[in-house]
Design a binder for this molecule. Structure first.
Ligand code: S3P
Length: 428
């Protein structure tokens, strides 16, 4: 149970934990590479630890001490058939990317996760991987876990993805690295491109043409050093805290600002919020900066189209900011929220309404009327890390005390969240 009370001010300097998407990929690509991969700034969240444990179970030696991880890669076919099923915990990225890898392996494997994973759609990766020649089954004809995967020789495909999803794109490209010929994926909007960037850092040739990305089968990954920047999706909670608590300002150091992830910065600026990028640099093909954030009066905005994949994970906390903005905020084209760790349209509406916020769900998003006076409430994370943290930020703006049940879910992506918020919050 996490307790939050109204904050007077948010102030100081912060570093957020490593990027979740980049941490997963560093371990997976390191395991498939030839030679050693040394990772610093690794996210020690439950999701990325699930990735480590799955690859250990396939015979990969991985040392982890704090945020330093060393992966002894054995080449693409160095993985061993695991003796028991693999458990991905709460991690959609682990199961979907790993399915692409397992589809190429000459063995059988069963993969499953927690209750949330059991409800999330898998046919979005199963269908293209089957088309490439993998034998995959699961409940409801492969829609749900447990997935049973028998990999083998694959053929390249040109896949038109119906959704802008980095998990779908990455799963197919990874399978494509061991398929006959060329594999390409086209998406309706550009989703995060960490796979493309990191594969290049591991020595793979990746060809981009607009919204289509292709790889040639049979390429070799070479182990290397990876420095993981702070996760902008975690920094988003701190940015929002500054925006909803008057007189606040904060310097957040070492945050990844890959343009496929910076929708949150664009939206905060469009709402009138002050964010400065300082000390911009590039680390392992990924742009990084320090963010200086200052409290500002916000106004409502419209969030839709191409912007959605660039801030999909930040929508719960954007909804919290919108409750404190003047006027209406409309979020549309975000039906993907329905299939995240929870149905995030339903859970944002149910939990944020408990504070007295005016939020109305729509089929593909929500409408928020602001500004609303928030009152402390008894909230449930519903097992969803980002719902737990978004509501904790609402608690900083709400009068009275807020409690968040099932707050341990926050460890999925932001271990140390509670302590960091305590350190940055002035209550007197
Ligand atoms: C992720 C992609 C996104 C995102 C998730 C991480 C990734 O999911 O929501 O938190 O690391 O590739 P989708 O690809 O399903 O949009």
């Amino acid at each position: 149970m996490l307790k939050m009370s109204q904050a007077k001010r948010i102030t100081g300097e912060a570093v957020v934990p490593g990027d979740k998407s980049i941490s997963h990929r560093a371990v997976m690509f390191g395991a498939l590479a030839e030679g050693t991969t040394s990772i610093s700034g690794f996210l020690q969240g439950a999701d990325c630890l699930s990735t480590i444990s799955c690859f250990r179970r396939m015979g990969i030696e991985i040392q982890q001490e704090g945020d330093q991880v060393t992966v002894q890669g054995k080449g693409w076919f160095g993985l061993q058939e695991p003796e028991r099923g693999l458990d991905v915990g709460n991690s959609g990225t682990t199961i979907r990317l790993m399915s692409g890898i397992l589809a190429t392996q000459p063995f059988h494997c069963v993969v499953e996760g927690d209750e949330s994973i059991a409800r999330r759609p898998m046919r979005r990766v199963v269908t293209p991987l089957r088309e490439m020649g993998a034998k995959i089954d699961g409940r409801k004809n492969g829609e749900f876990t447990p997935l049973s995967i028998r990999g083998g020789e694959l053929k390249g495909i040109a896949y038109q993805s119906p959704v802008a999803s980095a998990q779908i794109k990455s799963s197919i490209l990874l399978a494509g690295l061991q398929a006959q010929g060329i594999t390409s994926v086209s998406e309706p909007h550009l989703s995060r491109d960490h796979t493309e960037r990191m594969l290049q850092a591991f020595g793979v040739e990746v060809i981009r043409d607009g919204l289509t990305v292709s790889v040639q089968g049979g390429q070799v990954l070479k182990g290397r050093e990876i420095q993981v920047p702070g996760d902008i999706s975690s920094a988003a909670f701190l940015i929002a805290a500054v925006m909803v608590v008057p007189n606040s300002s904060l310097l957040i150091r070492n945050v990844g600002i890959n343009p496929t992830r910076t929708g949150i910065i664009d939206v905060v600026r469009a709402m009138g919020g002050h964010i400065e990028l300082q000390n911009e640099r590039v680390v392992n093909e990924e742009p990084v900066a320090d963010l200086f954030v200052q409290h500002s009066e916000l106004t409502g905005t419209v969030i839709e189209g191409d912007l959605i994949p660039r801030l999909i994970d930040e929508i719960p906390v954007i909804a919290v900011m919108a409750t404190q903005a003047q006027g209406r905020t409309v979020i549309r084209d975000a039906e993907e929220l329905r299939v995240k760790e929870t149905d995030r349209i339903a859970t944002v509406v149910s939990e944020l309404s408990k504070f007295g916020a005016k939020v109305t769900p729509t089929a593909d998003g929500m409408v928020i009327e602001g500004p609303a006076k928030l009152t402390g409430a008894a909230i449930d994370s519903l097992g969803d890390h980002r719902i737990g943290m978004a509501m904790a930020i609402a608690g900083l703006a709400a009068e009275g005390e807020t409690t968040i049940a099932n707050a341990e879910a926050i460890n999925v992506s932001f271990p140390g969240f509670e302590q960091l918020m305590k350190k940055l919050t002035v209550t007197e």
